[in-house]
Design a protein around this ligand. Structure first.
Ligand code: MN
Length: 282
């Protein structure tokens, strides 16, 4: 199933995407909170599966971030082999363990919304990533159990402001500018993804391919990521984990984003997001 949030005639609702249409799940009695739908999904699944209308053309609605209020929005750095090898060759220290950092939830943004060119930086960059959405409250999850706590997957851009990212010992500020966490276009539930570690993952800037890899190139697979983080903290339904980006980001070629640039990202089977860079509002 493909579950998302959409706005039509000024109200935002939950929806189920079927081909090029979206079925209104709020009208079907499933509420307005994706986090709550995920929390109660074992009970609500039949109702969501059976919902049949009203339905709208995707082209007639605005798709929003599939979850607007996760409790956590964490991201893993340097997790693709080819990317890490290139960094090591350039003299950058590659971490010996999983490098997790926070993106503040206030940076979450829609799959087709604009992203801000910061007033305070010219080093705006993109990173296509597979987003994992947690389905079950869990702690001390084993690698073998990890798949069972995943609700689904989506496409994300871990938008980064490089000078701010590297100007302090934590990445938090450089990864958390308002609008710098677009994801979507919807959540594809885990049962609909045969092998999340074998998906083509691609990013274009103004139509030019910049990143083109496969999730099979991850150094730490998703199951190891969940096992590692859950040693520390309870994961909750709706928490979003970004799982690292492949080579080809702007910092590698010193080609940063400018106002007007269109960044498109696609992951096999999960859809695409597209965000245009706009000046930060006054
Ligand atoms: Mn990243």
């Amino acid at each position: 199933m493909k579950l998302g949030r959409f706005t039509r005639e000024g109200t935002t609702r939950l929806g189920k995407v079927m081909d090029d249409e979206i079925v209104d799940l709020t009208a079907a009695g499933l509420g307005t909170s994706m986090r709550s739908l995920i929390t109660n999904f074992p009970d609500l699944r039949p109702q969501a599966e059976g919902a049949d209308g009203p339905r709208f053309a995707l082209s007639d609605v605005i798709l929003e971030a599939p979850i607007d209020d996760p409790q956590k929005f964490l991201a893993l750095g340097m997790n693709y082999k080819a990317h890490a090898d290139k960094a090591a060759a350039a003299g950058i220290t590659v971490p010996k363990t999983q490098l997790w950092f926070n993106k503040q939830v206030s940076c979450i943004n829609g799959p087709y919304a604009s992203i801000d060119m910061p007033k305070v930086s010219e080093e705006l960059d993109y990173e296509v990533e597979l987003a994992v959405i947690i389905g079950t409250s869990c702690r001390h999850v084993t690698v073998e159990q990890a798949r069972s706590v995943i609700f689904g997957y989506a496409v994300a851009d871990d938008v980064s402001v490089r000078d701010w990212q590297f100007s302090s010992p934590t990445f938090t500020l450089g990864k958390s500018f308002d609008t710098h966490g677009p994801f979507g276009p919807w959540i594809t539930t885990g049962d609909a993804v045969a092998d999340p570690q074998n998906l083509r993952i691609t990013a274009w800037v103004n139509g030019e391919v910049r990143q083109d890899s496969n999730t099979s190139d991850m150094i730490y697979p998703i199951a190891e990521q969940i096992a590692h983080i859950s040693k520390v903290m309870t994961l909750y339904p709706g928490d979003v984990l970004l799982t690292g980006t492949p080579e080809g980001t702007g910092i590698e070629s010193q080609t940063f984003l400018k106002v007007g640039d269109k960044v498109r990202m696609e992951i096999e089977g999960l859809g695409a997001i597209e965000n245009t860079v706009a000046p930060e509002a006054a």
